[in-house]
Design a protein around this ligand. Structure first.
Ligand code: CO
Ligand code: ZN
Length: 331
């Protein structure tokens, strides 16, 4: 799975521009599903058919990553930007980014004002090595994301876009290992999550599932002084979401995950996240409501160029999902 994850995280795919990630995933799951289609929003919907005795499940992981969009090119060829998704300017500074056309750039910022510790978005610019506006290889509306190879740091893996290519990798591996299931499993690799779960909104409407699950990252509380005090830790198993900023997980769906993890002897932990949300919220609030939950991969430094996870958590997430999908639902 690590090689699959490397390909996924190193691929370009800011929100609304997921086509390269989509093509890669289509390649990786092609032989393991019964149907594969791309919808108008850019979601990739893979169907693994059940034996007719189960229910209709939607599993979602988002393909897009945060990024920057060129909003103004000055006369010297420096590029001003607007954020795509939850971009923190101070995590961008000094980073290297790449545009869709391959142009590379360095992110820096204007002189800070008195008492200004962090550059506001308006002070960020990308230096693409151009001498003038005419010479600039980037045009208005072009999008960029971090360029960063995945590396191993001790026993951990670090890369840009772990949020949420780890979720994609987990669902790809789940499809590969799931030989037979009673359920019609619609695995949605969703578009535009980082700008408001937009892909999952329409995919959930289209799939109309009986139950939904998202697989996404969550914050890890096991750093020296975490910004958010949380019980989650890398390597302690996938985290079963109780709530986040946009959703209270449907209790029986949360319990379903816990019960199967316990039955299989798999490590798991609980996640109570104060802010943020996932595609599970979009599924839960679609149509007249759908029971939904989320399996999270604890991740340090989310939305930075060095999002960091434990490979053990990914493996255990796959083990848990495969075990869940092979059984009848608890209701
Ligand atoms: Co995110
Ligand atoms: Zn995410």
């Amino acid at each position: 799975m690590n090689e699959c994850l490397r390909q996924l995280v190193e691929t370009f795919g800011p929100s609304g521009h997921e086509h390269r990630v989509r093509a890669l995933i289509a390649d990786l799951v092609g032989g393991h599903v019964d149907e594969l289609r791309t919808d108008a929003m850019g979601n990739l919907v893979a169907l693994k058919r059940g034996d007719g005795t189960g229910q209709r499940l939607m599993l979602a992981a988002h393909m897009d990553e945060i990024g920057l969009m060129a909003s103004y090119i000055d006369e010297k060829g420096f590029v001003r930007v607007q954020p795509i998704g939850g971009v923190s300017p101070w995590l961008e500074v000094g980073g290297r980014v790449q545009f869709q056309n391959g142009s590379l750039g360095v992110v820096s910022h204007d002189k800070l004002g008195h008492g200004e510790a962090v550059p506001p978005m308006e002070k960020l610019f990308i230096d693409v090595g151009a001498a003038s506006r005419q010479d600039c290889p980037v045009g208005l509306g072009d999008v960029a994301c971090f360029v960063q190879p995945m590396v191993q740091v001790g026993g951990l893996l670090t890369a840009k876009a772990m949020d949420d290519r780890v979720g994609c990798a987990v669902l790809i591996e789940t499809l590969r290992r799931l030989a037979a299931t009673p359920h019609d499993c619609y695995v949605v690799f969703s578009a535009q999550e980082e700008v408001g779960t937009r892909g999952a909104v329409t995919a959930a409407y289209g799939v109309a599932p009986d139950v939904g699950l998202a697989v996404d990252v969550t914050l890890a509380g096991d750093v020296p002084e975490p910004a958010v005090r949380m019980a989650t830790a890398l390597g302690a198993g996938p985290a079963i979401k109780v709530k986040d900023g946009g959703m209270i997980a449907t209790p029986w769906v949360k319990d379903w995950m816990i019960d199967v993890a316990q039955a299989e002897g798999l490590p798991w932990q609980l996640e109570v996240l104060p802010g943020g949300t996932t595609d599970a919220r979009a599924i839960q609030t679609s149509r007249d409501g759908v029971p939904a939950g989320c399996l999270s991969i604890p991740c340090r430094y989310v939305h930075s160029p060095s999002e960091t996870v434990s490979p053990a958590d990914l493996g255990h997430a796959v083990d848990l999902l495969v075990a869940m999908l092979r059984r009848p639902l608890p209701r």
